[in-house]
Design a protein around this ligand. Structure first.
Ligand SMILES: Cc1cc2nc3c(=O)[nH]c(=O)nc-3n(C[C@H](O)[C@H](O)[C@H](O)COP(=O)(O)O)c2cc1C
Length: 378
């Protein structure tokens, strides 16, 4: 439904991965390395998937991942996703390159809102994002560290004849999606990067200019000193998103961070990385009692979430899964995507003989070579 609703360029923006998209494909294939070993004849009546993240109980172990430019799928896409998250009782993480400011999201959606931070090459902008997240009441700051250099999403790039300018073919295709065009593009103009635009020269504040200028603002000099400075400044939960190496989890623990997200950015940054789920077990064994461990990249089914929880994650971030829902049906679609994951997770728990997530463990998994060859998502 999402593919039909959105014009190809918008769908490709969501769907694409970096370069050969091997990390993107591996993120899905990797789940198949673990098979379930269920217990039988366990009464699982009244089972639940509740968990506690950062001291707050929630009905599901999920967080909506930060994704930029949600407004290209639906007008006010950030608000729609945030409302769906609030209704499901799970946190929503707003991107630095969102189309709504944190104060607006909190006012319009309520719920638990986290703010994602890209430390772009513009100190006043970074300072402003952190201050506004603080005064708006965001529960956590999520510093994304795997975008020090912007990834090359070649499939997405082919939609443009120059940065920000669609090819004729893609323009015609957009014109053939009148429902999308009326919702997203025509009455209000394309969505703008509201957290960033005030810091760009006036002629560069349009959506089109933003798309071409922002990649150049990613700062290759970000390092652990930035984390130490953020830790001094931000008193609420601080989460580092972009970790795959256990040694980096150790650094985050030592600097007093509250959480890490094991991720390869949904296969959109460095290609041919390990899938985060492949390093989760090792990292969770060493660190799960010292720091909150979230994981993302490739989660599409409740069984994927169950595997991550069995391997020791405290929670899972979902990116594309809820974006497909958003594109397909706005807020109701995003809620439906969460409901599908929730019902699958509930069914898997029951079939595994578990009454709660706490009963999942690595003893319920056996590792072996993948059996299924997944096609790349594209
Ligand atoms: C369309 C899109 C935009 C994204 N934008 C951001 C972003 O602005 N900040 C960020 O930290 N991660 C961003 N990500 C990465 C997600 O936060 C998350 O790591 C990834 O989507 C997880 O993989 P999944 O899509 O397979 O669930 C983006 C991902 C997608 C698909």
């Amino acid at each position: 439904m999402a593919r039909r609703y959105a014009p190809a360029f918008a769908f490709e923006y969501v769907e694409g991965g970096a370069e050969d998209e091997l990390a993107l494909a591996r993120n899905r294939q990797a789940f198949d390395r673990w098979r379930f070993l269920p217990r039988t004849l366990v009464n699982t009546t009244g089972r639940h998937a509740r968990t506690t993240l950062f001291g707050v109980e929630q009905p599901l172990p999920l967080v909506i991942a930060p994704t930029g430019l949600n407004g290209i799928l639906r007008r006010d896409g950030d608000l729609l996703l945030a409302r769906a998250a609030a209704a499901a009782g799970i946190p929503f993480c707003l991107s630095t390159v969102s189309n709504a400011r944190p104060e607006r999201v909190i006012e319009a959606a309520g719920g638990r809102v986290w703010m994602q931070l890209y430390m772009l090459n513009h100190p006043a902008l970074v300072d402003d994002v952190v201050s506004r997240a603080d005064s708006a009441g965001c529960e956590a700051l999520v510093f994304t560290t795997d975008a020090n250099v912007f990834g090359s999403r070649e499939w997405d790039k082919r939609s443009f004849r120059a940065p920000g300018s669609l090819s004729l073919r893609r323009l015609l295709d957009a014109a053939c999606h009148p429902r999308w065009a009326w919702d997203v593009a025509i009455p209000h103009g394309l969505p703008r990067f509201v957290n960033v635009m005030d810091f760009l020269p006036p002629e560069a504040r349009s959506a089109k200019a933003g798309v071409s200028l922002i990649p150049a603002l990613f700062r290759p000099s970000i390092d652990w000193d930035d984390v130490a400075r953020l830790r001094d400044r931000w008193r609420r939960r601080l989460i580092i998103k972009g970790i795959l190496d256990p040694a980096d989890v150790e650094r985050a623990v030592r600097l007093g961070c509250d959480g890490v997200v094991l991720t390869n950015h949904g296969g959109r940054q460095l290609d041919t990385t390990v899938a985060p789920i492949e390093v989760l077990g090792e990292i969770a064994r060493a660190y799960r009692d010292r720091i909150t461990i979230l994981v993302d990249s490739g989660f599409r089914r409740g069984s994927d979430v169950a595997k991550a929880m069995a391997l020791g994650a405290h929670g899972v971030m979902v990116g594309r899964a809820t974006l497909y829902g958003l594109a397909a049906g706005g807020e109701a679609g995003a809620s439906h995507a969460i409901a599908i994951l929730a019902s699958e997770l509930d069914r898997v728990l029951g079939q595994l003989g578990c009454r709660s997530l706490a009963e999942l463990g690595s003893a319920m998994l056996r590792e072996g070579p993948p059996t299924v060859a997944f096609p790349a998502e594209s």
